[in-house]
Design a protein around this ligand. Structure first.
Ligand code: ATP
Length: 263
């Protein structure tokens, strides 16, 4: 459904944030894009949804193809109309509007007639926010706000959902609910999801395939079981250490060496 080939992105003509990244997101699957801070994950999502421009970001190489058409020169609002919804890091709700109003705002691409039924579907997916439908969204918990942010994106009936760190800053129980909802979107509604996460274990647990980015590049990719078995993934992204002992400086040097090898 989505194919990225040799993508290169610069900020300010100076910072190369993404370098030679290729990835494939098949229809009806959840694909995880993993990696540590600053790896370039959010930049890939912004390149797909066409919102690099306000940050002086620019695609300087490669291509992004969605449903066999290039997204190269397509404006962000047209990308939304083509069925791609982006839930950015940090939720970014309309804080002074109610939950229901936030959802309705997300449905503008589909027209007013479909909105009430869609709102009910979203409350079915996230029952926890149904009772807060009239509340000002700025007063909700972080988890509830994340649910509303995902719900608002779904109001446009996207075919491809881009999720940027939905677990950020949330409690484990809330994260579990949100990831369960993401899996339901795929399993019951056939949604395709590109999921950016720093929480690798969690993301791999719901994904059909995963890519790992490091300093702007994809350094590893594979199905979940393969990623979970990979020694580098276990050590660097899942925090699994064979001995269970604290790392010594020697280990840190070893880490750096291995990381260099990885990338
Ligand atoms: P995080 O989880 O911290 O958001 P990330 O993997 O999503 O990390 P990006 O936010 O895509 O990484 O950043 C990739 C690189 O691009 C980093 O080196 C970052 O400092 C740089 N970068 C990101 N946004 C900008 C910007 N607006 N202007 C200049 N450089 C930027």
């Amino acid at each position: 459904m989505l194919n990225i080939t040799n993508l290169q992105v610069f900020y300010d003509n100076a910072v190369e944030a993404v370098r030679d990244v290729s990835l494939n997101v098949p229809e009806g699957k959840i694909v995880a894009l993993l990696g540590s801070n600053g790896a370039g994950k959010s930049t890939v999502l912004k390149a797909i949804s066409g919102v690099l421009y306000p940050e002086k970001g620019e695609i300087t190489g490669g291509s992004i193809t969605y449903l066999d058409k290039s997204l190269g020169q397509v404006a962000p609002y047209q990308i939304v109309r083509q069925g791609i919804a982006h839930v950015p890091e940090g939720r970014r709700l309309f804080d002074t509007l109610s939950v229901e109003e936030n959802l309705i705002m997300g449905g503008y691409v589909r027209g007013a007639a479909e909105a009430p039924a869609m709102v009910e579907e979203i409350f079915g997916l996230f029952p926890e926010v149904r009772v807060h439908r009239q509340r000002i969204s700025g007063y909700l918990s972080g988890g509830q706000q994340q649910m509303v942010a995902i719900g608002r994106a779904l109001m446009g009936k996207p075919r491809l959902l881009l999720l940027d760190e939905p677990s950020l800053g949330l409690a484990p129980k809330v994260i579990a609910d949100i990831f369960q909802a993401i899996a339901r979107l795929r399993d019951e509604f056939g949604m395709t999801v590109l999921l950016v996460e720093q929480n690798a274990r969690l993301a791999i647990s719901v994904s059909d395939y995963g890519y790992i980015m490091d300093r702007g590049r994809v350094v590893l990719d594979g199905p979940p079981d393969q990623l979970l078995e990979n020694d580098d993934v276990r050590e660097f992204y899942l925090g699994v250490q064979g001995s269970g002992e604290r790392r010594s400086m020697r280990d840190v040097k070893h880490y750096k060496r291995r990381k260099r090898w990885l990338s």
